[in-house]
Write a protein of this length. Structure first.
Length: 193
């Protein structure tokens, strides 16, 4: 563990179930009404009422991606963030058509709650790669008005740290060789379930 990232779970099984139910209810409601179901905060555990940043990922039963939407900044209650991101993953991910009821039956929901981003002081790509802990760290890169992230789960699809960084640069719209002295980087951990 580098720079104080805490790997202890923040959420117990009950709270995780509540977040999964919030995500599922948001999608199911939108399939019926066209609008997400945003939960009432009264009665929810305090961690779900506190500001939180999350990503919600939908996968088909065969494991292929069906949608993923999230936020990097914690600016609204976590329960509300999850509800909106679930709706976004199902209906607003530009890579996919809107979710249909038959597809929904075949989907699983994964939620990743982001920890606080930690700045990475890296003068070049090699220093950035050395600062990352594969499989544990997510990464945010920003430069010239462009920003993108890879969640820690993306490590499973990469051949190593260099590929992780280079493919994130490609996702943002840069070449894999791109580097700028003004580039900013942050790493973060998630609690995923």
């Amino acid at each position: 563990m580098k720079d104080g990232n805490d790997e202890r779970p923040r959420f117990d099984d009950r709270t995780r179930r509540l977040l999964r139910n919030i995500a599922s209810a948001s999608i199911a409601c939108a399939l019926d009404s066209g609008k997400p179901r945003v939960p009432e905060l009264d009665g929810l555990p305090l961690p779900l009422q506190a500001p939180g940043a999350s990503f919600v990922t939908l996968r088909r039963r065969d494991g292929t991606l069906r949608g993923c939407v999230g936020r990097l900044e914690a600016y609204r209650p976590l329960a509300v963030d999850v509800a909106h991101n679930a709706y976004g993953a199902a209906f607003r991910d530009p890579r996919f058509q809107t979710l249909t009821p038959p597809e929904w039956i075949d989907c699983t929901v994964k939620i990743a709650v982001l920890g606080a981003p930690i700045p990475v002081d890296a003068g070049d790509e090699s220093a950035l790669i050395a600062a990352l802990e594969p499989t544990l760290d997510g990464l945010i890169l920003e430069d010239g008005g462009r920003r993108g992230t890879f969640l820690p789960a993306v490590w499973d699809q990469m051949s190593g740290p260099r590929a992780f960084v280079q493919q994130l640069k490609r996702k943002i719209g840069w070449s894999v060789e791109y580097w700028s002295p003004t580039m900013r980087a942050w790493r973060y951990r998630v609690e995923a379930f």
